[in-house]
Design a protein around this ligand. Structure first.
Ligand code: 3EB
Length: 334
């Protein structure tokens, strides 16, 4: 069952390689910047964020074994023997994010439980106006309450089950959620420089955000280390308010601390700084005016040359200007 190899590539949208999945069967194409994905045999997910700078990449996910593609209710599913990628799009018109977040996660979790893809590995959550206020709270905080309720209705002790995640605000478009789940468990990892998000104190909202700092999962011949959206937060506090370069540098330090924890778990990731060594990263930038500066630091200071997506998106705390998520493909060879 675990012999399905899952493979993720960042492919420039101009590159014809985009049409030939690396591992035989295309599970999904995830596109950014408003580009319509190609008609394809897997899932097509369009993330409603603009590309800020640099190369226009799409993510091409492929599988060594055939995929099944189907819809159930609002869920669009591409599944292999061991993995399911599931997307759920909710129109944003007049939506309360507590209700929408609850109902979306309820539908997702019930499906995954029913089909035995009961282990969450990674989630992505994009919705408009994340920092806007609604009913006396930030919309992000209302989303956190709805998501938390969906978990707590289904699981007695769900904190150890929570996977790596991203939650980012868009300027327009629909609420766009997608999750990667498996029949076999991953391992969730926390960051020693940061309080676990699910243990943040109440000052940030009625409930804490439901996610882990990273999740590692083996997929056949590959081992993936999925890193959550990481911001300039030390302990539970935002640092370097108003200073985008210092925030980026703090993110680098947070990612390096996470990498060290992973190495302590015997995961063989390169010893270069995380912002350089991660196989893929996505950099979410609040203010388009910071895009060139941020790209400059990542390419010149961190000397990064691997695929990087620079996207315009709102971080879920208003004072945070930049956030980075990413992935390592971990070597399992001796
Ligand atoms: C943070 O560390 C920044 O609510 O799913 C990052 C990744 C953040 C995921 C989520 C929120 C989420 O708290 C915000």
């Amino acid at each position: 069952m675990t012999s399905t190899t899952l493979h993720i590539d960042y492919v420039a949208t101009s590159d014809p390689k985009r049409h030939t999945p690396a591992k035989g069967h295309r599970l999904a194409v995830i596109s950014y910047g408003g580009a319509e994905p190609d008609i394809c045999d897997g899932l097509s997910i369009r993330v409603p964020l603009a590309i800020a700078a640099g190369t226009d990449y799409a993510e091409v996910w492929s599988s060594s074994t055939p995929i099944e593609r189907y819809r159930i209710g609002r869920l669009d599913i591409a599944a292999t023997g061991d993995a399911a990628l599931v997307s759920l799009i909710v129109p944003n018109t007049g939506t309360d994010l507590e209700q929408a977040g609850h109902d979306a996660y309820a539908e997702l979790l019930d499906y995954l439980q029913r089909q035995n893809y009961s282990h969450l590995i990674r989630t992505w959550n994009y919705f408009p106006a994340i920092n806007a206020r609604h009913l006396g709270e930030e919309r992000y905080q209302r989303f956190c309450v709805g998501r938390y309720r969906a978990f707590s209705e289904r699981f007695h002790d769900f904190l150890p089950l929570l996977p790596a995640a991203t939650a980012i605000g868009s300027h327009d478009g629909d609420i766009t959620l997608f999750v990667l789940a498996s029949k076999t468990p991953g391992m969730h990892i926390e960051n020693p420089r940061q309080v676990s998000a699910y243990a943040y104190p109440r000052q940030y909202g009625r409930v804490s955000p439901s996610f882990a700092r990273a999740t590692v999962k083996s997929w056949g011949e590959e081992l993936h280390l999925y890193v959550s959206g990481t911001a300039s937060i030390v302990g539970h506090e935002s640092r370097h308010i108003g200073d985008v370069q210092a925030q980026l540098s703090e993110i680098g330090t947070n990612l390096d601390a996470l990498a060290n924890t992973c190495r302590a778990h015997s995961l063989r990731i390169p010893t270069t700084p995380a912002l350089r060594g991660m196989d893929f990263i996505k950099v979410y930038i609040r203010d388009p005016a910071h895009a060139d500066e941020i790209r400059g630091v990542i390419e010149n200071h961190y000397q990064r040359s691997a695929p990087t997506l620079y996207l315009i998106g709102d971080v879920c705390r208003e004072e945070l200007l930049v956030e980075v998520e990413g992935m390592w493909r971990v070597s399992t060879r001796d």
